[in-house]
Design a protein around this ligand. Structure first.
Ligand SMILES: Nc1ncnc2c1ncn2[C@@H]1O[C@H](COP(=O)(O)OP(=O)(O)OP(=O)(O)O)[C@@H](O)[C@H]1O
Length: 572
């Protein structure tokens, strides 16, 4: 995997938006200078009090520096917020685009929690830090110019100030590696906390009815939250120590001006008030800079996390992108889909093959109705993912008629399918079906016997609080609307009542076949095998054709966990 070199927030913002321009940096500097000017004018006006009071020029300069300060600071803060939001929007949209074009297996291995954490939490943290960062930059310029002003009053005082500020900076830089290591660990622990919270919410029903489970899950969450607290507290203590030291340096600075400089320079006494005022003036801005230090370190870690996620996605996309814009070829008129020596293995984290499917040699003919049976974990869903090209085989090829499926035509191939997997997702809108007529949708809702529960109004279904079986029927409505050449149903009938189950097998599936569709159904309902043209059985990742049971009331096939039952005696 190509891990890009680490970048800071400014490089990140520039990479994402190309909007960091000279005007922004110039006005950041101008606002710092204008703020320093405010001090110089006020000090000069205080001086003038001794000789009859400030003149109209003092007043003019005061007005000018305030106007300049307000204009430039407003521009910098507005613009930095706008740039940060644009950067975040751009990175979110790009990552979402890479995710949708990515490979299912790669996404499964990255995990939804990691993706959620990066795209929501981490990007928000970056956006929140951009404006304070520019504010701190403005403060830094202001401090620099205030030091320049101090130099005009007493060069020795300026050197003393620089020495003490450099001391503070050295203390921070000395511990920088420690901060970043601490923040890295804290980010990893926060990801675990995120996973734990997801479990708490997703498993709410299970933990609500089981006290021991609830206590255990909560205990895990509390333990992880405690670890996050400990790591973050350690890092924040480091920061806090340094902030205290830096603040102490500032007070020391004031002390040095009052107690040390008059000893070193006899002519200094008269200027002491001006210099003390200047130092007090940059107390606040220096605070801005100091508090920004941990934020910058945190954001660097966050940006590195985002880069790592993007590098993983890029890794998978590398092989596919050159074909990204290949035109979609209409394959609906295919005669057969052939698997030649297809082989696929899940890998464990060390790269060793875990569960394997194949070699699979098999031909599906156009318009055929195929049932896929097999015990739990025998590989049926994995085969469907290979069949629909969601997984890439490690060996072997898929051919549509004589055309081999590869990167250039894989999307055209996938476009043949409408699939309902057992972990299907129902979108709240009919995406990709903008032209679907509401009358047709309501007709399908009737066909699936859920029109009494939900109707289609203004682009949405009126009710989505449906039972599991009803949700599957709604998924069937969407699938029908997609009107694809090949239908793949992974245990769609599993949660249906006997009446609808019968209707599904004896009416809906034969209707699809009559309409010229090719249908592949994963089923444990062996009493309906007679509906299929062929029955195929998965057994520990291997596929074989088995005789159909033509008598719906014949004794059932029995599957034990991980094994498929032998073909039933007397079956065809
Ligand atoms: N993403 C994954 N990573 C690693 N192993 C996986 C993954 N998905 C499934 N497996 C493993 O592959 C094997 C086959 O799983 P699959 O879901 O294909 O079985 P199945 O026949 O559809 O089972 P069921 O009837 O229970 O739905 C199982 O042992 C499972 O643990």
């Amino acid at each position: 995997m190509n891990i890009p070199s680490r970048i800071g927030i400014l490089e990140f913002l520039q990479q994402e938006t190309h909007a960091l321009n000279k005007k922004l940096f110039l006005l950041t500097a101008v606002s710092g200078v204008a703020n320093a000017m405010n001090l110089a004018v006020i000090n000069a006006s205080v001086d003038a009090l001794k000789t009859g009071g400030p003149s109209w020029q003092h007043f003019l300069w005061f007005g000018l520096s305030i106007a300049l300060f307000v204009y430039s600071l407003r521009y910098v803060l507005y613009e930095s917020s706008r740039i940060a939001e644009n950067a975040i929007c751009s990175v979110r949209v790009r990552l979402a685009d890479k995710i949708r074009r990515s490979d299912l297996l790669a996404l499964e291995s990255i995990g939804a929690t990691d993706i959620h954490a990066r795209i929501s939490r981490d990007t928000a943290a970056i956006a929140q830090s951009a404006r304070p960062l520019f504010s701190a930059a403005q403060s830094a310029v202001m401090i620099a110019f205030t030091l320049g002003y101090i130099a005009t009053v007493s060069p020795l005082a300026m050197f003393l100030c620089i020495g003490l500020i450099a001391g503070g900076a050295a203390i921070y830089l000395k511990d920088r590696k420690k901060y970043e290591e601490g923040l890295n660990t804290s980010s990893e622990e926060e990801d675990r906390l995120f996973t734990s919270l997801t479990g708490l919410l997703a498993g709410f029903k299970e933990i609500r009815i089981n006290r021991a489970k609830s206590d255990d899950v909560f205990g895990d969450f509390a333990e992880t939250a405690g670890r996050v607290r400990d790591v973050r507290t350690r890092v924040m203590i480091l920061f806090s120590n340094n902030i205290v030291i830096i603040e102490m340096f500032l007070v020391l600075l004031l002390g040095a001006m009052v107690f040390v400089l008059p000893i070193l320079s006899g002519s200094f006494t008269g200027s002491a008030t001006k210099i003390v005022a200047a130092i007090l003036f940059f107390f606040g801005p220096l605070g801005n800079v100091v508090t920004m230090i941990p934020v910058v370190s945190q954001v660097n870690v966050t940006i590195a996390n985002l880069q790592r996620l993007e590098a993983r996605l890029d890794d998978t996309l590398e092989k596919l992108t050159s074909f990204e814009n290949s035109p979609i070829i209409d394959m609906r008129g295919f005669k057969s889909i052939r698997f030649d020596g297809l082989h696929f293995a899940y890998r464990d984290p060390d790269g060793n093959a875990a569960f394997q499917v194949g070699p699979i040699d098999f031909t599906l003919r156009h318009g055929e109705m195929l049932f896929l049976v097999g015990g739990n974990g025998s590989g049926k869903t994995t085969l469907l993912k290979l069949f629909t090209a969601l997984y890439q085989p490690q060996q072997g090829v898929i051919r549509v008629d004589d055309e081999q499926i590869g990167p250039a035509n894989i999307q055209s191939y996938r476009d043949l399918f409408s699939a309902i997997f057992s972990d299907f997702h129902l979108f709240d809108k009919l995406h990709g079906l903008r032209d679907a007529a509401p009358e047709r949708i309501n007709e399908l809702l009737k066909l699936m016997e859920i029109s009494h529960k939900t109707t289609f109004v203004d682009g949405y279904f009126s009710n989505t609080h449906l039972s599991t079986g009803q949700r599957k029927r709604l998924a069937l409505v969407v699938s029908y609307l997609e009107d694809k050449a090949v239908y793949v149903f992974d245990e769609v009938a599993a949660d249906q009542d006997p009446h609808f189950r019968r209707y599904f097998y004896e009416t809906l599936l034969p209707d699809l076949k009559r309409a010229g569709k090719t249908v592949v159904v994963v089923t444990h309902d062996d009493r309906y095998h007679h509906i299929a043209d062929r029955v195929l059985q998965m057994d520990y990742g291997t596929l074989r054709e088995v005789p159909r049971s033509l008598d719906p009331d014949a004794p059932k096939l029995h599957f034990s966990a991980g094994r498929s039952a032998p073909p039933k005696e007397g079956s065809e």
